[in-house]
Design a protein. Structure first.
Length: 133
């Protein structure tokens, strides 16, 4: 199924984009000096009750949600690829399409898990105040 392969490729690409976007967010959150205090104060003043109180917390929430969504899409695509494989009835084109869907879904899951680990590490380093050199 061509649509399944395209969705799996989109999920893989989206997880790659999330990694790049989260690294830019982390760089923006790592502002030092008075600008950091001003940015944090502005974010705290603008946040409604129950929302993250710091700029880093806001970006952490956004990246967590994006990575969970990407991971969920990749798992759904893995299930779709499995169903395609089972329902292919031995047709070589459909079997190949199902295998590609499964492959891209697994790649998407791996990228999402690695992205989550990287983001957690970087945010942990930012919030603990220890320099990463």
């Amino acid at each position: 199924m061509v649509i399944g392969n395209k969705l799996a490729k989109i999920a893989t690409a989206a997880s790659s984009v999330a990694v790049v976007a989260s690294s830019h967010v982390v760089m923006a959150a790592g502002i030092s000096g008075a600008n950091s205090t001003q940015a944090s104060a502005g974010a705290s003043a603008a946040s409604p009750s129950g929302a993250p109180s710091s700029l880093t917390g806001l970006f952490q929430t956004i990246t967590d949600v994006l990575l969970y969504v990407i991971g969920a899409i990749a798992v759904i695509m893995l299930v779709i690829g499995g169903l395609q494989y089972v329902l292919s009835s031995g047709d070589s084109k459909r079997v190949e399409s199902a295998k590609n869907t499964i492959l891209y879904a697994i790649i998407g899951i791996v990228v999402a898990v690695l992205a989550f680990a990287i983001v957690q590490f970087v945010f942990g380093s930012l919030t603990s105040g220890t320099p990463t050199s």
